[in-house]
Design a protein around this ligand. Structure first.
Ligand SMILES: *Cc1c(COP(=O)(O)O)cnc(C)c1O
Length: 378
């Protein structure tokens, strides 16, 4: 089946009792045993719940993995995956990544003796140089957040294999519709399903898919042991979101490219970061390893005084944290998503007080352009 069809059919297991088209929401904490030693396959909803199972099977199928897992948030998914490691272990991580992942590694797992080096993973030589005898995994985002740098999935997979490291890819920005890291050889792919998969800015959720069964068993144990699972109602909402992912993303990408091209020509705009622009350094690579460029873009304005004025005057595009929904959102990374990254590190990365990030939605493009035009003129 093609990806669009797989997406629509997410969770459409045949319901022999009623024939329901939509996955039933099993709002049950526990399940009756027919007799001693016999189970329906469901015992207790932390371990497994049928609505969550439908979502977990869907993400495994979409990512081409053997097993999928649903968590109460993207951070819960990442935390659970990081429990694969033990004190003394080291990870090499994309330097320009989701601020919450940085905070989790720098402020929580660091205290537990699990350390990380943050490097520009779009440069394989830098990744290689950061690997030490204690390194157990590479953790990347491609494109990165918010500067949209592209890491070569093939080359980083080869490096991970050669050094016997796990490769973990946060695929939130691309979704399996545009990019499938497991097919390139990554071991684990994960998502903040709060973003594109849910798609409506109404649910917080996290998903994981793994390539190999043995690793799936370890994550299954951790999911049940740690218990940061997604509830049945929210599992259903994410399943419903997934069904329209292809049409949403197609429209979002089309709008994103139009906005990027328009911003590029604006006199107040200094730089536009969007892999869909031919000038973007990762454009060619992105076009090879993904089937689209996504709908996230960042831009910097010439004068930092303009930032508060834009955020105050923007009307259709909403000033809010998060991304991936049908509504366009504008974020100020230095103060919002990336505030926990120390200022000097931010400055080094280029996450300045002149940088804004756009998550482009499905609105009419003219309304978005008029909105930005007005806000940039103020
Ligand atoms: C939002 C986000 C997360 C965290 O997910 P939550 O659902 O907010 O916990 C992780 N990675 C990326 C790339 C994100 O955008």
């Amino acid at each position: 089946m093609n990806m669009e069809t797989l997406l629509v059919r997410a969770g459409m297991e045949k319901d022999n009792t009623t024939g329901a088209i939509s996955t039933p929401i099993y709002q049950s904490a526990t399940f009756q045993h027919p007799e001693l030693g016999i189970s329906t396959g469901y015992d207790y909803s932390r371990t497994a719940n049928p609505t969550r199972t439908a979502l977990e099977q869907a993400i495994a199928a979409l990512e081409g993995g053997t097993k999928g897992f649903a968590f109460s948030s993207g951070m819960a998914a990442i935390t659970t995956v990081l429990f694969l490691f033990k004190p003394g272990d080291h990870l090499v991580v994309s330097e320009d990544l989701y601020g919450g992942t940085y905070r989790l590694l720098a402020q929580v797992f660091h205290e537990l003796g699990i350390t990380a080096s943050f490097v520009d993973t779009s440069c394989i030589e830098k990744v290689e140089a950061a690997i030490c005898p204690e390194t157990r995994a590479l953790f990347i985002e491609t494109p990165t957040n918010p500067l949209m740098k592209i890491t070569d999935l093939r080359r980083i997979t080869d490096l991970a294999k050669a050094r016997d490291l796990l490769l973990i890819v946060d695929n939130t920005f691309m979704t399996p519709y545009l990019q499938q890291p497991l097919a390139c050889g990554a071991d684990i792919t994960l998502h903040s399903a709060t973003k594109y998969l849910g798609g409506h800015n109404d649910t917080v959720a996290g998903l994981v898919a793994v390539r190999e069964e043995e690793l799936g068993e370890r994550i299954g144990l951790l999911q049940n042991a740690c218990g940061a699972i997604l509830g049945p109602q929210d599992s259903w909402l994410i399943l419903r979101g997934i069904k329209t992912l292809a049409v949403r993303l197609e429209r979002q990408q089309q709008n994103a490219l139009a906005l990027a091209q328009w911003l590029q020509k604006h006199p107040e705009v200094e730089a536009v970061y969007y892999p869909g622009l031919p000038e973007h350094p990762g454009h060619h690579l992105a076009s090879e390893q993904a089937s689209g460029f996504g709908a996230m873009l960042s831009f910097s304005v010439r004068n930092s005084d303009l930032v508060p004025r834009i955020l105050k005057n923007i009307k259709v595009i909403t000033f809010a944290e998060s991304l991936g929904g049908v509504e366009s959102l504008i974020t100020f990374p230095a103060r919002q998503t990336h505030a926990d990254i120390p200022e000097e590190v931010r400055a080094q990365l280029g996450i300045t007080d002149r940088l804004l990030r756009l998550s482009v939605g499905i609105e009419n493009i003219d309304d978005l352009l008029i909105d930005l035009e007005g806000a940039l003129r103020c």
